[in-house]
Ligand binder design. Sequence first.
Ligand SMILES: *Cc1c(COP(=O)(O)O)cnc(C)c1O
Length: 233
Amino acid sequence: MSIIAANLQAVEATIHAACALAGRSKSEVLLLAVSKTFPAEAVVEAIAAGQRAFGENYLQEALDKMEAVARLQPDVPVDWHFIGPIQSNKTRPIAASFQWVHTVERLKIAQRLSEQRPPELAPLDICLQVNISGEATKSGAHAAELPELARQVMALPNLRLRGLMAIPEASTDPAQQRAAFARLRALFESLRLGGLPLDTLSMGMSGDLPAAVLEGATIVRVGSAIFGARHYE
Ligand SMILES: *Cc1c(COP(=O)(O)O)cnc(C)c1O
């Protein structure tokens, strides 16, 4: 078995154990394999091991990789999720090439994604990125502006608002990890109580995966635990 296949198995087992502890079904949690900085060959290895959903942060790298993966593995459909910061001049290729975007934090970006989503494609699945760690992190909409933003994004025709995403301040303390994820879940539940049909909580990475699953994650975004340590140029 390849290292990537073995790592995928180990991550799936971690998800399974956390689901069992939380009384949840494993089928409620999608494993998104975050392949940023890793080559198309690594994605192909993961596909061979059964993985079908991949997350990317950098647009040009992602587009090149998608093309290479489609060439190497033309018969296997995979879903690509954009999970990086979005510049407004990059929305068109994102709208055309991804199935999901997890990092929408303002209306203008959502409007552009909706306008630029090619009409022959299904609506683009969207998560709103929320800042749940206050000053420590800069990305994400603030809790107070979330209900209004969610309603505005819901109204856009070519997007489908699915839920919320967050990257909490890094912590190795499981209690602190859970507290941050619980804040995101509380915001999610309050939007649902307000009538929004949301079904997705995108939270949890290699270092805080069990805590996220225990707090209700439906998508976990895992990179280094699958592909190994990243080396940036
Ligand atoms: C890189 C990245 C991940 C994966 O992080 P790991 O710690 O390698 O699992 C998840 N989510 C986002 C938004 C990322 O940028």
